[in-house]
Design a protein around this ligand. Structure first.
Ligand code: GLP
Length: 241
C-alpha cells in the first residue's frame, strides 16, 4: 500500500493527475475507472488543464464510471452522467462512445446491470480505478452489508449516504433512493487503484478502511487485499494513518 499525505489540495490534485495522466501517456488506450462526488473534482480539473495544454489526450481512452443514481434522467443536472460531462468528458477530447456509465433511467435495470458487466468484460481490465470513500466506508455505492456483490447491481442507499449527497440537490427528498453500482469484484479486478480522501470527516473511516478488520461492514476495507493500492489524502483525512 502506497500512502501519500498532502499539505495542500493542489498538491494532491496534481499528484493524482500525474498518476492518471502518466498512465494515459504511457498507454493512450488505457481503461480508466472513474468516480464522482466532491473528491475527484480538482483532479479532473487538473486533467482538463493538461489536455488543453496538449500534455495528455483522452481520444483513445476508455472509461467506466462506478455508479449512477436510479431514476434520474441522464441529463438531470445531478446525474453522474451530467457530472462527468461537466467536469471531464466535455472539457477534454474524450470520445462519448468510449465513456461508459450505467444508465439509471433504463426501463429494465437488471438488463442494464448485465449490459454494463458485458462492457466491462469486453474491455478486459480496468488499468486504474479512481475511488472516493463514503463516511460509512462505501466505495462506488457498495454500502456496508452482511454480504457484498461482485458484479454490477442495484443498491438501496443508506439514509446517511442520501444525507451526505443531499448537498448537491435542492432538497434531501430529491436524492434518489437507489443506485446502480459496479460491484466490489469489478473494483478489485483493476490493475491499480487510487483511493482519495479529503477532510477531517474522512479521517476515522480511512483508518478503519486501511487498518481495521477486512469486513463487509466497511466495503473499503477489502481494498487492503489489493496488490497495487495507492492512497492519496490531505493532512486532515490522513490524521489517523
Ligand atoms: C458518493 C459516490 C462515491 C463517492 C462517495 C464520496 O456517493 N457514490 O463514488 O466516492 O460517495 O463522495 P464525496 O467525494 O463527495 O465525499
Amino acid at each position: 500500500m502506497n500512502i501519500r499525505i498532502f499539505n495542500s489540495q493542489e498538491d494532491l490534485n496534481e499528484a493524482a493527475a500525474d498518476l492518471i495522466g502518466g498512465l494515459v501517456l504511457r498507454n493512450p488506450s488505457a481503461v480508466l475507472g472513474l468516480a464522482t462526488g466532491g473528491t475527484p473534482v480538482g483532479i479532473y480539473a487538473s486533467l482538463v488543464r493538461r489536455c488543453a495544454a496538449g500534455i495528455v489526450r483522452f481520444r483513445d481512452v476508455t472509461t467506466f464510471n462506478l455508479d449512477e443514481y436510479v431514476g434520474l434522467p441522464k441529463n438531470h443536472p445531478e446525474s453522474y452522467f451530467s457530472y462527468m460531462r461537466k467536469h471531464l468528458f466535455d472539457a477534454v477530447d474524450a470520445r462519448p462512445e468510449r465513456c461508459h456509465l450505467p444508465d439509471g433511467s433504463a426501463a429494465d435495470i437488471a438488463a442494464e446491470c448485465a449490459r454494463y458487466d458485458g462492457l466491462l468484460a469486453q474491455a478486459g481490465r480496468i488499468d486504474l480505478q479512481l475511488l472516493g470513500i463514503g463516511h460509512n466506508g462505501h466505495i462506488g455505492f457498495n454500502e456496508p452489508d452482511h454480504a457484498l456483490l461482485s458484479g454490477t447491481h442495484v443498491v438501496e442507499l443508506k439514509p446517511s449516504t442520501r444525507e451526505a449527497n443531499a448537498r448537491f440537490f435542492d432538497s434531501p427528498e430529491q436524492v434518489p433512493t437507489h443506485a446502480i453500482t459496479m460491484g466490489i469484484g469489478s473494483i478489485l479486478k483493476a490493475q491499480s487503484i487510487l483511493l482519495v480522501a479529503r477532510g477531517a470527516d474522512k479521517a476515522e473511516i480511512m483508518q478503519r478502511a486501511l487498518y481495521g478488520p477486512i469486513t463487509t461492514d466497511c466495503p473499503a476495507s477489502l481494498l487492503q487485499t489489493h496488490a497495487d493500492l495507492h492512497v492519496y489524502v490531505d493532512t486532515a483525512a490522513g490524521r489517523l494513518l
